[in-house]
Design a protein around this ligand. Structure first.
Ligand SMILES: NC(=O)c1ccc[n+]([C@@H]2O[C@H](COP(=O)([O-])OP(=O)(O)OC[C@H]3O[C@@H](n4cnc5c(N)ncnc54)[C@H](OP(=O)(O)O)[C@@H]3O)[C@@H](O)[C@H]2O)c1
Length: 314
């Protein structure tokens, strides 16, 4: 579920790369740029859950990975009730269907269930979400974990780098799109995240599908902590732009957003890290995996400051 998203698309690629059969679903059936033509996504809106149940009972999968969500805190704030149907109700119902089918279930959650005052967080630490998005994700965790303790993983992950099918989801895609629109992105020097990459998390998810002895609530992240501003600087370097294309700011100065943004979200990866083969991605690896969204190619060729840093490949 969520195969057109940043994480879901990486999971689809990894499932195929490891030789498993793939069924992939998302909300809309808008055509997605799929450079490799590797998989097709079927439209299966979670709002029509009878159709979801019919499809899943027809297909009877061995595992179900739920990457579907209203994942933008701003969108959740715009219509919390609609978001809750996807983020909470559908999440629980998908876990129930998996349990009925005897399918292994992986549900994805977020570090935004914490308030950012006591990092690094263990999976057993007290939660205190600051945003409606974080509250919904926490409620979903609780309901999903109540369904069964067999063949079920809730995986909390951190801010994701990576390449989304529409080229508009991850930090580098947003920064480059803002530059292409003539904006100067303003990034916080005091907002810290232990970023990971969609590719790395997808590897872990497929490993978790293959390891039925690992069940329950786990944390996963990259190996380094970085401020949003520092991440932005490294992204500019990666693509050959001067550092003054972004502007440093602080959470304290940004009065309108400060209430809902945890300042420091980092995870302890024990006990999962010692039990899996997948290693947390370094920042260097995450940067190397970043590609220029195809839609920005012509703008990039005309505006990049140092073309020797990055050679677009699609
Ligand atoms: N990205 C991050 O930095 C991050 C960090 C921590 C945790 N997470 C969690 O990781 C998971 C994946 O996030 P993401 O960034 O990959 O999300 P995303 O890029 O926004 O993708 C969301 C996916 O959910 C699907 N979806 C939304 N509404 C739906 C509906 N009504 N019916 C069926 N499918 C629906 C979307 O389909 P359409 O494209 O067709 O609308 C899309 O495939 C989420 O649980 C999120 O909370 C993400």
């Amino acid at each position: 579920m969520g195969s057109s998203g940043l994480l879901g698309s990486a999971v689809c690629r990894e499932v195929l790369a490891r030789g498993h059969k793939l069924l992939s679903y998302s909300n809309s059936n808008r055509a997605l740029p799929d450079p490799n033509g590797a998989y097709e996504t079927t439209s299966l809106p979670l709002g029509q859950f009878d159709a979801v149940i019919r499809e899943l009972f027809d297909q009877w999968p061995d595992a179900l990975v739920n990457c579907a969500a209203i994942s933008s805190p701003d969108l959740v704030d715009k219509d919390p009730q609609r978001a809750s149907l996807i983020n909470v109700d559908s999440a629980r119902r998908l876990a129930e269907v998996s349990s009925h089918l005897g399918a292994r279930h992986i549900h994805i959650s977020t570090d935004m269930v914490f308030d950012g005052t006591s990092s690094p967080y263990r999976s057993t630490d007290t939660t205190n979400p600051l945003s409606e998005y974080g509250r919904q994700k926490l409620e979903a965790e609780k309901q999903v974990l109540q369904v069964t303790d067999k063949d079920l993983v809730v995986l909390r992950i951190t801010l994701l780098n990576g390449n989304s099918p529409r080229g508009d989801r991850s930090p580098h895609e947003r920064i480059l799109s803002a530059l292409a629109n003539g904006q100067t992105p303003c990034l916080f020097t005091d907002e810290y995240r232990q970023t990971s990459s969609a590719e790395n998390v997808a590897q872990l998810i497929v490993e978790l599908i293959e390891r039925p002895n690992l069940n329950g609530l786990f944390h996963w992240a990259g190996s380094e902590v970085v401020s949003r501003y520092e991440l932005g600087r490294k992204i500019l370097q990666r693509f050959g732009f001067k550092e003054d294309r972004i502007e440093p700011s602080t959470l304290l100065k940004s009065i309108d957003r400060v209430g809902s943004r945890p300042a420091r979200l980092t995870f302890e990866l024990a006990p999962l890290e010692s039990k899996v083969k997948t290693r947390p991605a370094t920042l260097e690896q995450q940067l190397e995996e970043m590609h220029l969204p195809a839609s920005l190619y012509y703008w990039f060729r005309q505006h990049v400051d140092d073309p020797s840093c990055y050679h677009p490949r699609f």
